[in-house]
Design a binder for this molecule. Structure first.
Ligand code: FE2
Length: 259
């Protein structure tokens, strides 16, 4: 099984870039399934039903989210119309329950989990390791991929070491900066952060002047950058006999000078 995973889709520019690039990436890498983190798609914070439909139409099969999953409150009431999306299991008790997505891919049961880290996240989420253990106890799958949406590199590394024997891939998301530490250990693929699909000339997707103004004056309204986006992602190969990961490859496409 080959999985194409695209990092956090950030603001309108990132959505447009993902919609434009996904068919090309699928032609080039021939994945069996394409997954993307969409938690910053709606103006930097959250998801909408309209954006979900747009990303699905562009070829994204499954969408993961993060701490901003329900920053656009209306999406809380649209989840039943959006069955190919998952939000962090430990985001809070107000969220609808969808702890895992299971899909049949090439005759294999693929389970996708989405879990939030706790370190430097400005919120007190339920312990990610305990929540993950609880979910894993109740699912039956051949291949398990976890989008671990967290800030701290140390927390992501500890989480990987804890679960690497039990799952097939642990993909870090949230920081918007792609790390160069991809690896496979004990048949589990890992990267600290997949990076973002969002405006290249920006501060993590945010207009750089507004972000500087916020840092200096404290005034904040989150102005999305409308500059051209880079695409960050991963290709993960899983052995069809052992159901264990054999390789993980980083993708990074930066916009050209005329974009
Ligand atoms: Fe996030």
């Amino acid at each position: 099984m080959r999985i194409l995973f695209l990092g956090d889709i950030v603001v309108q520019s990132g959505v447009s870039a993902v919609c434009a690039c996904t068919p090309m990436l699928q032609k080039q890498y021939q994945p069996d399934i394409t997954i993307a983190n969409g938690e910053n798609a709606a103006d930097g914070k959250g998801m909408t039903k309209e954006l979900y439909n747009r990303l699905k139409a562009a070829g994204i099969d499954l969408i993961t989210l993060g701490n901003h999953a329900f920053s656009k409150r209306a999406f809380l009431f649209d989840t039943d119309d959006c069955m190919d999306i998952i939000w962090p299991a430990n985001i809070g008790t107000y969220a609808p329950s969808r702890p895992v997505l299971i899909r049949l891919v090439n005759g294999k049961r693929l389970a996708v989990l989405n879990i939030l880290g706790n370190v430097f996240m400005n919120a007190d989420y339920e312990d990610p390791i305990l929540v993950t253990k609880q979910i894993l106890r109740h699912i039956s799958a051949d291949v398990i991929l976890i989008d671990f949406h967290a800030e701290a590199t140390s927390e992501k590394s500890i989480y990987f070491q804890y679960f690497k024997d039990r799952v097939t891939a642990i993909i870090g998301t949230h920081t918007h900066v792609q790390t160069a530490d991809e690896k496979v250990e004990n048949g589990c693929a890992f990267i600290t952060d997949a990076g973002m699909c969002g405006p290249y000339d920006s501060v993590l997707g945010r207009d750089r002047n507004e972000a500087m103004d916020h840092a200096i004056t404290g005034c904040s309204h989150y102005l999305p950058s409308d500059n051209a986006s880079l695409i960050c992602g991963l290709v993960i190969d899983i052995d069809d006999h052992t159901n264990r990961a054999v390789s993980i490859q980083r993708i990074q496409l930066r916009p050209g000078p005329n974009d």
